[in-house]
Design a binder for this molecule. Structure first.
Ligand code: F6P
Length: 323
């Protein structure tokens, strides 16, 4: 193989640029031509490919977002368009592809792998919802952003003796909420993996207030049952305490990646290129991630079937620490 492609797909995440940079520079070092594909699978279908050189990825390591742009491709859901994407790669003579994205993006990569492309999947999503890896690229930065917001909200909440509900991203995975609540000292956390108990949330607010607590912070993952505005209203009604809602939304997806995200992105990308460049390697597609501090590569299809257990002990610890 002497030509590889790289694309970013789905929701962007801080660290994607660090990954692109390492794919390009490690690829060139290994004697490969590296082609950047714009706007994920959408751009691939539209033939938006350009050859990358070392300087094309200069000054991006520290930037959030993705210089290759990204998209959620509706067309790529259909077999005939996936066939077309595989043909497009063949037309450009690209036999190996690095896909940086979340679960849906890596599943798209698996489809291409089944059509003869050698795919290396890198976990690029703030959600931390790819279970074969302990952490995904962008998660650490997103949680750090939430922590910064919690500190600021805490200041004004105590001045006004208020409760604040902070909604964070995570439709099916509550990890952003869970880690931010634990590290940010929230009173309660609502995650999709656990049953919602609004009465318990209210009870904790009242007990805290009776002990002299000046404010309460409730972290809610976007994917939990009661919508945030309704939850906020119910809490105010049941506790009698002024309650405000802050939806952090896309703030969590931007910003300069943290050390952890830069390291994870760079090391996963280097591993992907190492595997693509290996001579005589069985043409297996892989998902790359970090497990117990080590960069690991697993067979792509099998990796996407892995189910990691919800970290209930962290959830319980939040309740103990906020009593
Ligand atoms: O998958 C990443 C993510 O940021 C989710 O946390 C969020 O629910 C979703 O993307 C938002 O997607 P969009 O960018 O399409 O609004």
């Amino acid at each position: 193989m002497n030509k590889i492609g790289v694309l970013t797909s789905g929701g962007d995440s801080p660290g994607m640029n660090a990954a692109i940079r390492a794919v390009v520079r490690c690829g060139i070092e290994a004697g490969l031509e590296v082609w950047g594909i714009e706007r994920g699978y959408e751009g691939l279908l539209d033939g938006e490919l350009r050859q990358m050189d070392r300087s094309s990825v200069g000054d991006i390591l520290h930037r959030g977002g993705t210089i290759l742009k990204t998209a959620r491709s509706e067309r790529f859901m259909e077999a005939r368009w996936i066939d077309k994407a595989a043909e497009m790669l063949a037309t450009f003579g690209i036999g190996g592809l690095v896909v940086i994205g979340g679960d849906g993006s890596l599943r798209g990569g698996l489809e291409l792998a089944q059509r003869g492309i050698r795919v290396m999947g890198l976990p690029g999503t703030i959600d931390n919802d790819l279970h074969y890896t302990d952490f995904t690229i962008g998660f650490d930065t997103a949680v750090s952003t939430v922590l910064e917001a919690i500190s600021k909200i805490r200041d004004t909440s105590s001045s006004h003796d208020r409760t604040t509900v902070i909604e964070v991203m995570g439709r099916r995975c509550g990890d952003i909420a869970l880690y931010a609540a634990l590290a940010g000292g929230a009173e309660s956390v609502l995650v999709p993996e656990m049953p919602e108990d609004i009465n318990m949330v209210c009870r904790k607010i009242i007990e805290g207030s009776n002990r002299g607590k000046l404010h309460s912070i409730i972290i809610k993952a976007e994917g939990t049952g009661t919508p945030a505005t309704e939850l906020t209203r119910l809490i105010e009604e049941r506790t009698g305490k002024e309650t405000r809602l802050v939806v952090l939304s896309y703030l969590q997806r931007g910003g300069s990646p943290t050390l952890n995200d830069r390291m994870l992105a760079t090391l996963c990308a280097a591993k992907a290129v190492e595997l693509l460049a290996e001579e005589g390697q069985e043409a297996e597609s892989k998902a790359i991630g970090i497990v117990d501090g080590h960069i690991m590569a697993y067979e792509l299809g099998a990796a996407l079937e892995v189910k990691r257990a919800f970290r209930r002990e962290l959830y319980e610890l939040i309740n103990v620490l906020s009593k």
